[in-house]
Design a binder for this molecule. Structure first.
Ligand code: ING
Length: 305
């Protein structure tokens, strides 16, 4: 059984101990519902600070974790071990090595003993690097994070193969395919997705539809379970979609949150369901013809490419 632990807004003033307390409560609910694994959202420990502009480096760094687990996140690892639960966690990673600071939008998989099984650093950073004063809110991931340098990894976990993507990654088919080519059977994806897209307000009405469309297609086309977990609700003036869901390799959405706050959903994720598709319809070795996937671009007329 896999649980998705959707989280409601985290105020800028809400410290990590209070957030971890909420997360432990969700973990206990997941355990009570029979879960082996619980998945938390992207940037689950703090407000999603890329939604506002600051030039103060110390203020930016305060949103990051230098150690994982650190003193304020250790209680989460301890409770997971006590309950015998594995978990997925999205957080903002400050990596200081050789005197250099590197900042990533990161997620990890942790087993029931508290060991970190695998780490992923977000590759598709949406938004912009410069302050857009005219916008009702920012998306400054290109300013605050480096592009992930670990690739898309897959690890043996919970009786199968597990991988991670983060938020905007879920909109790009390559993210799932690179994991599918590694035989990923469970793909964990946290997200912080505003309802309103300042650059394209006409897209707003389709926010939930696109959220499900991209994860359902990724799941089906790669014969994997996809667990999408939102940080949802009105957070520091930015309304974010909820709709956390668990999607089967069939592409069917088998569980979905009905609130936009802290809420746990679970599904019995039978990995044989994915194998059924991987051995037939999506038997990559038998059916994919990568040698024929070349592109021919013929430009006619004066318009340059
Ligand atoms: N957020 C959003 C996401 O990809 C976005 C940004 C929203 C991009 C809607 C395009 C359309 O869900 C993050 N944090 O990636």
């Amino acid at each position: 059984m896999i649980a998705a632990a959707q989280m409601g807004p985290i105020a800028r003033t809400q410290g990590r101990p209070a957030v971890v307390h909420r997360m432990i409560d969700l973990m206990r609910q997941a355990k009570a519902l029979g879960a082996q694994v619980v998945a938390y959202p992207e940037a689950a420990l703090t407000a999603f600070f890329p939604h506002w502009f600051t030039e103060d480096e110390d203020e930016v760094d305060a949103w990051f974790e230098r150690d994982m687990p650190g003193p304020q996140t250790q209680p989460l690892f301890d409770e997971a071990r006590r309950l015998g639960l594995g978990f997925h966690l999205g957080y903002c990673e400050l990596d200081v090595s050789a005197g250099q600071k590197r900042r990533f939008n990161t997620s990890i998989l942790v087993d029931a003993s508290g060991r970190i099984i695998g780490k992923y650093r977000k590759i598709h950073l949406p938004g912009h690097a410069e302050h857009r004063a005219e916008s009702p809110f920012q998306n400054l991931e290109k300013r605050y994070f480096e592009v992930g340098d670990l690739g898309f990894g897959a690890w043996q976990a919970w009786g199968g193969v597990a991988g991670m993507i983060i938020c905007n990654d879920r909109r790009w088919p390559e993210s799932y395919r690179v994991l599918g080519l590694q035989g990923a059977e469970m793909i964990f994806c946290g997200y912080n997705t505003p309802v309103h897209h300042p650059g394209a307000p006409e897209h707003d009405r389709l926010g939930q539809f696109h959220n499900e469309l991209c994860m359902q297609s990724g799941a089906y086309q790669n014969s994997a379970w996809v667990i999408g977990v939102a940080k949802a609700g009105l957070e520091e003036g930015v309304d974010m979609i909820a709709g956390s869901c668990i999607i089967a390799p069939t592409g069917e959405l088998v569980a979905r949150c009905s609130s936009n706050g802290d809420e746990v959903i679970v599904a019995r994720c039978d990995l044989d369901l994915g194998r059924s598709y991987r051995e037939t319809t999506f038997n990559f070795a038998r059916h994919r013809r990568t040698e024929h996937y070349h592109m021919i671009v013929e430009r006619t007329g004066a318009t340059p490419p």
